[in-house]
Design a protein around this ligand. Sequence first.
Ligand SMILES: [Zn+2]
Ligand SMILES: [Zn+2]
Length: 160
Amino acid sequence: MSFAIKIKYYVGNNFFDRERIMEKKNGGCLCGETRYQLEGAAVAEIICHCADCKKQTGSSYSVIAGFTQDQFKWIADKQIKHFETGGDSGGSVKRFFCGECGSPLLSDASATPGLYWIKTGSLDDSSWVKPSMEIYAKDKIQSGNTTLELQSYQNGPPRN
Ligand SMILES: [Zn+2]
Ligand SMILES: [Zn+2]
């Protein structure tokens, strides 16, 4: 299923099978002041090579997993802060992080309304994460290469 179709399928029809609804995942920041919970399966798992992700994560790229906002809830949220940047084509990206320890947690991009993009390193268990796509490959650096088979996009993800 293409990225765009998948997003439309999940967000547009708000469809989840029963087994996926039951599944819960927890995550949070380094100091533990900020915690969240996710329900069900990710809509997409993606590697992002954009310059802003490099800056924010302090690493070679971000690994992010998309969840609908219905699937997400904060469990501990007193320290949450966000920083907003301009995204592609006039859009904006709100990047949420822990104000106490600085761990990046998730992004809310105006280009993908209704979704939160979880930084998968913030999950308590991220062993299930297997990106199938990379975006902003034009900004990829040497240490951004992986052995994964990825559908590669030079810029942002495809849209309908
Ligand atoms: Zn923290
Ligand atoms: Zn990025």
